[in-house]
Design a protein. Structure first.
Length: 764
């Protein structure tokens, strides 16, 4: 129902509430979660805005999956890139932009072919800032490519705090001076005048800047995304020399399409599905060539707009109450959103729509809270006035009764608050514990229980249970039977196959149970049981593993001492040497696991030649492999090294190879491959054997776990793969396993240190 118009005092209150709401929105907008919501809310403008009437001039030439299937996996030879570039130039493209980093050399002939293709004067290439182990550096194209190309533009795409790309820097600083963005460089060669007008709208001069430093804070320009997309040509069609009318007189940007090779960014159009980087460059280039600029309103204008919104929201919700306020809320929010959307579409201005909507959401809460404060203050004043009036009767009994009534009301309110807090506290504590807790009265009738107790005893909400019935459902443990100590009964019992520590203690009389009662507590001992079982299994496995090589060493040593001339002693030294090395490796691996778990062993950092590390492992395990008729084969890439602890890395490799020998098929090959993929070095071990079930793959690296396909006679305690996982994680890497019929593969992935050149070496 609508109230009367505000008087002068009402205007003052409304202004004060508007200012308070303004500062509340400003403070909440500094919270990352709220700020992310405001940004995502404003992103809806891009998805609701109509597409421009004029079709985009930009053409995308994508290196898609089909192109990679036809011409081979990435990276392509520079001769293929040269052919692609030349065909685009011959096809009539006004400017060709290669969104491909050309920082690493290939063969001289291939690099020379690409250099010749870049000399058409219509090709722009990219560079970017990359992260290295010693910090960020510019990843520049090779000097011959930079000289041959028409220009080099940067491909930096800063992300907002919610990892969405909304703006880009037209200029970035480098040691050689300011550098234009990749899309800006392409636009300058398509139409220098339009590009200059676009840059001037953001206060940027279009002339090349040669000074080494401009400013430490670059200008960030909003990207005017369009929804209708761009004409796209697969790279393989251009490689085949197909003449396309789409190319003639239009700029073409070459980059990775939907494949996972190139950079992919979240954008307001597709916040949950990353967009290829070349498409983001196309959005920037299209905005420049079509003259569609997008500006954020100044900070002072944002403040004024938000303050006016706060005033409007406070005025609206001060005038309406009840169900009508819900309709007013919807209408007000829709109207503000529509105005902000029209300003975005027609005026190309970004208003703080998220903050405005937050003000509309908070306004009714603030207004109604203020009303509640006024009502509470009025009630308090009335109660104080009532107490003052009762004090006038203090000479007779009525005044004393009135004073007693006031004291009782205040005490009741205090007790109600304290009892409510205590009830919530005890309820929270009772439900938060993992123990099974129940309280019975003096007759053994259930009074209170927590959720864990009800779940263990399968009790419905209204089900009844006595203390004796609870006792009959458990089985006392023979190792720790129930014993009485004074009035407390303690011990261990089994309930539904779970082991519990039970405690039955009396309770003093309470209002809930005036004659006292009993509290029953059961603590689950599952963790202790599993730990004891794991330790027992580990002790058994360790004993067996250590006893076997020791028995072999002792037996052959006694044979050599007793019968030195016996023909059986010929192979005894080799056997003793082999078993002693295996014993030493087992002890070292197990001790390393214990030291890592205890935190007593730190990870050293030195350059490790993986080829040498694998060969050292092969030297140790050759006797075991030969005994099984297996062949150890190394497939390595030259000059691969990692930074880490050499003994730990070697121990991890030793464990994987020894497992391959132990569980692999006799008379088969074991292949160890060291390769590099992107910024990771991969050490993989392949062997033939029984496949591992898919549901067991994820648990292979858990301590004390062994796959179900392990032969009964195969020894081990399930710590080896856990050791491998710990070592990889300590070095910033990871592990994985795959198993198919006929092939089982374990991988260690570590951060890369050097570039590889593939070569396969075989060790027999």
């Amino acid at each position: 129902m609508k109230n009367k118009g505000p008087n002068r005092r009402g205007w003052v209150q409304m202004f004060g509430l508007s200012v308070l709401l303004f500062f509340a929105v400003a403070v909440l907008s500094a919270i990352p979660f709220i700020r992310d919501w405001e940004l995502r809310f404003a992103d809806t403008f891009f998805r609701l805005s109509p597409s421009p009437k004029q079709k985009s001039e930009v053409v995308l030439v994508t290196l898609d999956d089909e192109s990679l299937q036809r011409y081979g996996r990435w990276p392509w030879s520079r001769t293929l890139l040269a052919k692609l570039t030349s065909n685009l130039v011959k096809g009539g493209a006004s400017v060709v932009g290669l969104d491909i980093l050309l920082s690493e050399p290939q063969t001289p002939d291939a690099d020379r072919a690409l250099e010749n293709a870049l000399q058409s004067g219509r090709v722009v290439i990219v560079d970017k800032i990359a992260s290295y182990w010693d910090g960020p550096h510019w990843m520049e194209p090779l000097p011959q490519f930079a000289r041959a190309a028409a220009a080099v533009g940067h491909a930096q795409a800063p992300l907002e705090q919610d990892s969405v790309c909304r703006r880009y820097p037209p200029l970035e600083l480098s040691l050689d001076g300011a550098r234009w963005a990749f899309a800006v460089e392409v636009a300058r060669r398509v139409d220098a005048k339009r590009t200059a007008n676009f840059l001037s709208s953001y206060g940027l001069a279009a002339q090349d800047e040669t000074r080494p430093v401009l400013t430490a804070k670059p200008v960030l320009v909003p990207i005017p995304f369009r929804r209708d997309g761009f004409d796209t040509i697969p790279a393989w069609t251009v490689m085949q020399g197909l003449d396309s009318l789409l190319l003639r007189g239009r700029p073409a940007l070459v980059g990775f399409g939907t494949t996972e090779i190139g950079d992919r960014l979240n954008t307001p159009l597709h916040p949950e599905f990353p967009t290829p980087g070349v498409e983001v460059h196309a959005q920037i280039l299209d905005g420049i060539l079509s003259g569609r600029s997008l500006h954020e309103i100044p900070l002072w204008a944002q403040g004024v707009t938000l303050l006016l919104t706060c005033g409007l929201a406070v005025a609206v919700f001060r005038s309406w109450r009840g169900l009508a306020a819900v309709g007013v809320f919807v209408v007000t929010a829709a109207a503000l959103y529509a105005v902000a959307l029209l300003v975005f579409i027609i005026g190309s201005r970004i208003v703080p729509a998220g903050s405005m909507m937050l003000a509309v959401i908070l306004a009714p809460l603030l207004v109604y809270t203020a009303d509640f404060v006024l009502v509470e203050r009025s009630v308090t004043q009335q109660l104080l006035g009532l107490r003052s009036w009762l004090a006038l009767l203090g000479k007779d009994g009525t005044a004393r009764e009135g004073e007693d009534l006031t004291w009782r009301l205040e005490l009741l309110q205090q007790l109600q608050t304290e009892l409510g807090s205590l009830y919530e506290l005890h309820k929270t504590l009772l439900e938060s514990t993992q123990d099974l807790v129940a309280i019975f009265d003096e007759q053994g009738k259930l009074l209170l229980k927590n959720h864990a107790f009800a779940k263990a005893y399968h009790l419905f909400p209204d089900a009844s249970l006595s203390l004796e019935q609870a006792r009959t459902q458990w089985i006392a443990s023979d190792d720790a039977p129930l014993t009485h100590r004074e009035s407390i009964e303690e011990g261990e019992v089994s309930l539904d196959g779970e082991l519990y520590s039970v405690r039955v203690a009396p309770l003093p009389p309470t209002r809930l149970s005036p004659k006292g009662g009993t509290i029953l507590t059961l603590t689950n001992l599952r963790t202790r049981v599993e730990r004891d079982r794991a330790r027992a299994e580990a002790l058994g496995f360790i004993t067996h593993e250590l006893r076997t090589p020791l028995a072999s060493i002792q037996g052959f040593a006694e044979l050599m001492m007793s019968y030195p001339e016996s023909p059986l002693c010929v192979g005894a030294p080799d056997t003793i040497f082999r078993e002693s090395k295996r014993l030493l490796a087992l002890i070292s691996s197990y001790l390393d696991v214990l030291r890592l778990d205890a935190g007593a062993k730190s990870v050293a950092s030195s350059s490790i030649d993986l080829e040498a590390a694998v060969r050292q492992v092969f030297d140790i395990l050759h006797p075991l492999a030969n005994a099984a008729g297996m062949q150890l084969i190394l497939e390595n890439e030259e000059n691969i090294s990692v930074m880490g602890d050499a003994p730990l890395i070697g121990g991890a490799i030793l464990n994987l190879v020894s497992n391959a020998i132990k569980y692999g098929k006799p008379q088969s090959d074991i292949r160890v491959r060291c390769s590099r993929e992107n910024e990771e070095v991969i050490i993989s071990v392949h062997n033939l054997g029984e496949p591992i079930a898919p549901d067991e793959i994820a648990r292979l690296f858990d301590p004390y776990y062994r796959a179900s396909n392990t032969a009964k006679g195969t020894t081990g305690w399930g710590l080896g793969l856990a050791f491998v996982k710990r070592i990889a994680e300590k070095h910033g890497g990871s592990v994985r396993a795959e198993s198919e019929p006929g092939d089982t593969q374990f991988e260690i992935r570590l951060p890369a240190k050097t570039e590889p050149a593939t070569v396969v070496k075989e060790v027999r």
